[in-house]
Write a protein that binds this ligand. Sequence first.
Ligand SMILES: Cc1cc2nc3c(=O)[nH]c(=O)nc-3n(C[C@H](O)[C@H](O)[C@H](O)COP(=O)(O)OP(=O)(O)OC[C@H]3O[C@@H](n4cnc5c(N)ncnc54)[C@H](O)[C@@H]3O)c2cc1C
Length: 446
Amino acid sequence: MRDELMGLLFRGIVWFGVYVLLVLLPLGLALLRDPIDMARAWSLEFAVAIGLIAFAILAFEFALVSRLRSASEPFGTDSLMQFHRQMGVVGMVFLLLHVLLLVPHGVGLAMLNPLGGGTASQTGAIAFWALLLLGVTSASRTRLRLRYESWQWLHALTAVVVGGAALLHMLAVNHYLSNGVLRTTLLVYTVAFIALLLRYRVVRPLHLARHPWKVIRNESIGGDTRSLQIRPVGHKGLDFQPGQFVWLATGRRALTAQQHPITIASSAETGDPADIELAIKAFGDWSRDVVPKLTVGTRVWVDGPYGALTPDRFPGQGFVLIAGGIGITPMLSILRTMRDRGDVRPVLLVYAADRPERMVYQHELDALEKELNLRTVQVFESPPPEWQGERGLVSVALLRRHLPQHFKHYQFFVCGPAAMMDILEDQLLELGVPAAQICTERFNMG
Ligand SMILES: Cc1cc2nc3c(=O)[nH]c(=O)nc-3n(C[C@H](O)[C@H](O)[C@H](O)COP(=O)(O)OP(=O)(O)OC[C@H]3O[C@@H](n4cnc5c(N)ncnc54)[C@H](O)[C@@H]3O)c2cc1C
């Protein structure tokens, strides 16, 4: 297990190094060889350098979220998604700086007119406005009441426009890009982007189509949640680790199916046939309208496994599992797997919900308490008057009351709503839990 962890750490360092190298490579090539060898103001050169970095950052934004398993494994999908967002902001700031720094060199407001000026100016303006649209719709998706699926399409489309227009802009300016090596490098970046897009949109769905699953049970388990049992058809199913998730694709065809990230709730010690269970809470149109209609025999497709919220990757002397709402699913998979493996390491499960009736798998968790070295603390935000246990939000004070003596040697897994995660990530550090022992996963990607 330690070897696997070291291997992941090594791969993480290598991938991060490759990323930094690829982002800085265009600038390095430009610095190495100015093809025109013309003395220009340093502020103009600086503006161009910032622009080159902005392009490289934005070109690799898609790679971060294109489900390249070997790249996402060391970091976890949640961290990569957050990195994608942060680098998106950095890329935007760099592009804005690029434009602002060019103002003293004759780039006025007129240059931001996509219909005016020459090709260089027009393509630059298109890239600028498309990136602004991308940023605003991403930051304010809920305020703008954009459906997640509509936003995803808009996001992909604007990203392609930004990348394409920025590349054409650099080619049209034709200063550093008259350097053949740099020109070839940026063209290679573009080809790599297109290849990743094809893999994501065509190759992967075609692979899924050849490995279908069928629904064998779909029932309500309370708390607005449905339990979906699915079985591999004509293949051996998934080899996953407890706590990992899959992209569940539903629809008429794998190629056009709607995909949603859902955690596998079953034990990783699957049987034969290798059925898996997914617990899906009604949030929006897909989970509320489509999922209940997945009748027995319906074909679905499963892309995965993904995610790093798993004790197989982060072992410990014991575990503290903190779940908010439907964030219980990875914890259930972890506990079920521990039961099937006869793992008796101590576990504290803190399970928070609005009210008792919103909890799911209550009976099974009670049974697991008897089978494992498990203690469960339930926390309700709005408990009934007769409730004697913990109430409110999961806090440092609450954790202090229940954490075992040697908790600093335990591995912490946290999964729940974004607000809970933001607070807990800081509070666990405050409690003295080493950052390396805190593993989190957010259930909202947008
Ligand atoms: C790693 C991970 C594991 C998850 N595991 C579970 C689970 O075990 N059980 C469960 O009930 N829920 C889980 N979710 C949440 C689940 O994916 C969303 O609730 C579901 O996609 C909602 O879709 P909707 O159309 O019904 O709702 P919407 O109202 O359209 O979306 C609600 C929110 O869900 C997210 N979302 C919606 N569609 C997508 C999509 N296609 N891709 C990515 N995110 C999307 C967005 O953050 C959105 O704001 C998980 C999410 C993640 C990221």
